[in-house]
Design a protein around this ligand. Structure first.
Ligand SMILES: [Zn+2]
Length: 387
């Protein structure tokens, strides 16, 4: 073995320090996938937990731990006035449920999850959080959000957008109070645990491992939606604020043949009045809806509802949320009173900001690469590998 000469040691130390600094600077800190906490259940007073192998439960604020050696051991966890009750004992306000084998999965009610489960009691109900490596979380997102059978470039582009979205959430300080980074529902990204995975989703996530989108060195807000209806929306028009140069309104001709491109929604005037009354002070009979202001892509920014008691102004976003995003699929609509009905004719599905899934699908079919798809929907951004 060749001995290292003393005079070379400062040089070697400098190389070593440089390597350490490189590895610990910025978000390129680690070569392994970071952990993400996903809220998978809330407002439940009781859940049933088991695993595909042996598992362990540990109280996080008490010195108590117990092992369940068999996959047949079912643990019923309940919220009580004294805290979490499981297997007839009290476990305090927070417990950790961990599989013992590397490939073992925890089952919560009917769904299996990778990683571990944190159960917290919030007031009189339970909240369950799944903590797992971000890459494995994405395995359970892809199929729930788009089909892995769509063109490969489209799914790869989407995978990078979904990873960027989640990675950005890891830096969000609000997780220190909530205890989780994302929820498993549509307000973040739909996640169905192992039940949401398939071999192709896993393969495509693995192919883009660690790749995220940045703009001038910052992780981007990787918003996406089902279909923009021919014109994407700017972030500032939808959510206010200054916005970003990579989330601007622009024409999109790729999604024009999508089944979600056009829609119509007809609702009885009286029914709409009831829905709006639940959300605000409109009490009188409804007469008409006047569209007051549009954004560049003709999305409704402000509208006025004329009713027996006067006039009420809402933003397009508020109105859509009140009516329901499944019926009023976007704010890109026109409206007419038709006898006892209001008839809404609109385009697209979703808020319209960022990547249009239906447009990305057609770009994939037309042989665009995943980088070209991302450049089209998030112009000026870079794909970077962070681990
Ligand atoms: Zn589109």
């Amino acid at each position: 073995m060749k001995r290292i000469k003393w005079e070379n040691r400062p040089f070697l130390l400098a190389v070593f320090l440089f390597f350490i600094i490189l590895c610990t600077s910025g978000y390129g800190a680690s070569t392994s996938s970071p952990l993400i906490r996903v809220k998978i259940l809330q407002d439940k007073s009781r859940v049933q937990v088991r695993a595909t192998g042996s598992y362990r439960i540990r109280a996080l604020d008490l010195a108590r731990e117990r092992s369940f050696p068999s996959s047949h051991s079912i643990l019923t966890i309940e919220a009580s006035q004294q805290g979490i009750r499981a297997s007839g004992e009290m476990w305090g306000g927070e417990v950790l449920i961990k599989p013992e084998g590397a490939d073992s999965l925890i089952r919560v009610n009917s769904r299996r999850y990778r990683g571990q489960i944190i159960v917290q009691q919030k007031n009189s109900s339970l909240e369950l959080i799944n903590e797992l490596p971000l890459e494995k979380y994405l395995w359970g997102v892809i199929k729930a959000e788009i089909s892995p059978d769509w063109p490969r470039a489209c799914v790869l582009a989407f995978t990078i957008a979904a990873r960027t979205y989640a990675f950005k959430k890891l830096q969000d300080p609000s997780s220190r109070t909530t205890g989780y980074h994302v929820s498993s529902e549509q307000d973040d990204q739909v996640y169905r645990g192992v039940e949401g995975e398939d071999p192709l989703s896993r393969e495509l996530v693995n192919e883009t491992r660690g790749k995220i989108l940045t703009y001038l060195g910052e992780i981007i807000e990787a918003s996406y939606h089902a279909c923009c209806g021919g014109y994407t929306a700017s972030l500032s028009d939808v959510w206010g604020g200054k916005g970003y140069p990579y989330l601007v309104a622009k024409p999109d001709n790729f999604c024009k043949k999508s089944p979600y491109f056009s829609w119509e929604f007809k609702i009885k005037v009286e029914k709409l009045r009831e829905i709006l009354r639940e959300k605000g002070p409109i009490l009188g009979r409804l007469y008409r809806i006047k569209l007051l202001e549009f954004d560049q892509g003709r999305r409704v920014k402000r509208l006025e509802i004329e009713h027996q008691g006067g006039k009420r102004e809402l933003t397009g976003k508020e109105f859509r949320e009140a009516v329901g995003g499944g019926d009023l699929r976007s704010t890109l609509f026109t409206v007419k009173r038709w006898g006892p009905y209001f008839v809404f004719k609109g385009k697209g599905w979703g808020h319209g900001v960022g990547l249009c899934q239906e447009g990305a699908k057609v770009m994939g079919e037309q042989s665009y690469t995943y980088k070209e798809i991302l450049e089209f929907y998030y112009p000026g951004t870079l794909v970077e590998t962070v681990y």
